[in-house]
Design a protein around this ligand. Sequence first.
Ligand code: FAD
Length: 287
Amino acid sequence: MGRAEAGGQVQPDARPGRRHTQREARLYGQADCSQCRAPRSGACLIEWTADRIDAGDPNQQTEGAVAKYLATESGNKAAEDAIQALGGYGYTKEYMVEKIKRDVRITTIYEGTSEIMEWTISRDRWQLHLKSKGAYYNDWAAKLETLARTNNSSGAATAALAMRAIAVLLERARIDRLTRNQHILFRLGELIAFAETAAVFADRAINEPSDAMPFSAETQQVMSRIHARDAALKVAADGLRWTVGAGQSDPNLADSLNLPAIYAAQAGLLEDMDFVGKKLVEAFPTE
Ligand SMILES: Cc1cc2nc3c(=O)[nH]c(=O)nc-3n(C[C@H](O)[C@H](O)[C@H](O)COP(=O)(O)OP(=O)(O)OC[C@H]3O[C@@H](n4cnc5c(N)ncnc54)[C@H](O)[C@@H]3O)c2cc1C
């Protein structure tokens, strides 16, 4: 995660007249999903999983897979975006992000490839969905809705939408036996990772904000809101795509996923990105 979050730091552009453009790229690029909130949500999952192990429950294989998967994938994307924000300079060896990108890329391969993480997550949560008769994610959503009623500043209500959408998708996959296709299992693993990180981040940004990075609880809550919006939209839209693509049979599936509420929850996104962009510039000054 150190590399992942370092990928969010870009270096000053030495070319005359370029500072403003580069600064804007930082503001908007870094505030975008890959460069701040997804690495932070991956870090949040790592902290959450470590806390659970320290509390005496060593069986955190699925949680570890979610943390490893999202941290490495989003770190990789953050490094990629940092190169893009610097243009041609980002591609050169003189700029650190080129090396960060090479270093972080291997993390999606070794110690369990991303595909194997997706499979692990999907297999384990599929079992929980079956054993709980579909209650696993709905129960988690209910907890988030309770949190949202007292404090919704971290986007807990939106994370709950992601949780409820995952529950609907898993049930639809069960009824229509969609996981016979391995790709559906993998895609569900990806969507579950997004939904669970949104849920954990929304909770911890309020109840246990991290002190591992120089961001206030308020900033972490705004990051969490951005991630929750992205996770809910990804779960519902991609989930609809893959289940329809695999031949699901419910003509009202889109309604069950509550897409209108998920789109409505995107309100305030750019304002939040502006806020986080400014906080990133403050936290990582260029000079
Ligand atoms: C720099 C570096 C350091 C390493 N250090 C260590 C180390 O210290 N200890 C150690 O034990 N190993 C180490 N490895 C090996 C590393 O763990 C493996 O490269 C990794 O597990 C992937 O295995 P593979 O290379 O055989 O790829 P493969 O297993 O051939 O996978 C190739 C691609 O196919 C995908 N794939 C594989 N199986 C499936 C499947 N069933 N369904 C769908 N997709 C699938 C993979 O996700 C991957 O994208 C290191 C590798 C590198 C490059």
